[in-house]
Design a protein around this ligand. Structure first.
Ligand code: ASP
Length: 353
């Protein structure tokens, strides 16, 4: 039998309780053996408890510990499944993808919208699909959710109360688990399996919005080592001095202080192109880096890693941010999946005109 490591970190799938009381972490492995015994027919599964947390408690230090643990254990297995809450799943998947370079087997993260112990839970199928993906899917860090396998660092949580909670807006799916399960080849780069667990979490994430007083982020600069700026559209920010809220001084002062600025987009699809508009050109001239089609969560974690690996900043850090580490951004034109087909309106019976 192939061997799979199942590392539990927490999340709704292992919780119990629920209305009228709050959902709380519970004894997941007991429930797993009772509610999904067929998992153990697919593989020889070793259950291991990493933590039992709501994923809103996840922190960069835990990513580093998790990656170091997986780096030690993965060579003994044919695949790994990491069970995790959905709230920060995309962040953890991004972190593991940057920390575990060239994994020797698939690393599949999964979770659920309803606890495994509940009758209408989505956890059972997500777990079965995740184990299958860990055995047959690509050798990279992925998220398996609602019958789809996504590149982990390309995903976003898009729904709170529906089962198809994740999407990969700028990259095609890596697997479809319908009646048949089909998988793509995934990342091509191969080399030695390396651990890059160091992160510098002193990064601030700033969303640009109409009315943002530039004095606020300017006051933050002395306290941060890096800035991810979620700008409008292609990477635009206000720069008209006469309107009183230009962000140009923020770019200038960040540069003077040696604080890297990584720009991502508030738009869900496509990405940043700082050459397209005047404000982007200003940002580029001040040394900002365009994050292309990276998700905001991947950009945040990548900047944390970049700061740890290139503490002197400058061009080596900028090059690291611009170059894909684990397929997290497209170079040149984005690999955009086709838009979802439009839903046909149901025909209304008995209506005229
Ligand atoms: N709050 C939960 C968590 O992220 C949500 C979930 O798992 O769906 O742990």
């Amino acid at each position: 039998m192939p061997r799979v490591l199942l590392l539990h970190t927490g999340g709704t799938l292992g919780m119990a309780g629920g209305r009228p009381s709050a959902l709380r972490p519970a004894a997941f492995f007991q429930t797993l053996r009772r509610r999904a015994p067929e998992l153990f027919q697919l593989a020889d599964i070793e259950l291991e408890l990493f933590s039992n947390l709501d994923s809103s408690e996840m922190q960069p230090e835990l990513w580093s510990r998790m990656a170091a643990h997986l780096h030690r254990r993965l060579p003994e297995f044919d695949g790994a499944v990491v069970t995790h809450g959905t709230d920060t799943l995309a962040y953890t998947a991004s972190a593991l993808s940057f920390m575990l370079r060239n994994p020797p087997c698939p690393v599949v993260l999964t979770g659920s919208q309803r606890p495994l112990g509940e009758i209408r839970s989505d956890a059972r199928l997500n777990l079965i699909d995740a184990v299958l993906s860990a055995l047959q899917g690509p050798r990279e860090v992925t998220i398996c959710f609602d019958s789809h396998l996504y590149r982990g660092n390309r995903t976003r949580k898009v729904k709170v109360a529906e089962y198809d909670a994740f999407e990969s807006p700028n990259f095609p799916v890596l697997g479809t688990l319908g009646v048949d399960a089909t998988f793509e080849a995934g990342l091509k780069t191969r080399g030695a399996f390396r651990l890059h667990e160091a992160l510098d979490p002193r990064v601030f994430f700033l969303k640009v919005y109409p009315g943002l007083d530039p004095a606020l982020p300017l006051q933050l600069l002395p306290h941060v080592k890096g800035l991810v700026l979620e700008a409008y559209g292609a990477g635009n920010v206000p720069i008209a001095p006469e309107l009183g809220r230009s962000l140009q001084p923020l770019f200038i002062q960040a540069r003077e202080r040696g604080i890297p600025v990584l720009v991502v987009s508030q738009a869900y699809r496509n990405g940043v192109d700082l050459t397209l508009y005047e404000s982007g050109a200003m940002a580029l001239a001040q040394g900002a880096v365009g994050g292309a089609d990276m998700t905001p969560s991947a950009a945040l974690v990548k900047l944390m890693q970049g700061l740890a690996e290139h503490p002197r900043g400058g061009e080596p850090l900028a090059r690291f941010l611009r170059t894909p580490v684990a397929g997290e951004l497209s170079v040149g034109r984005p690999t955009v999946p086709p838009p979802a087909p439009k839903r046909r309106r149901p025909t209304r019976v008995g209506r005229v005109g």
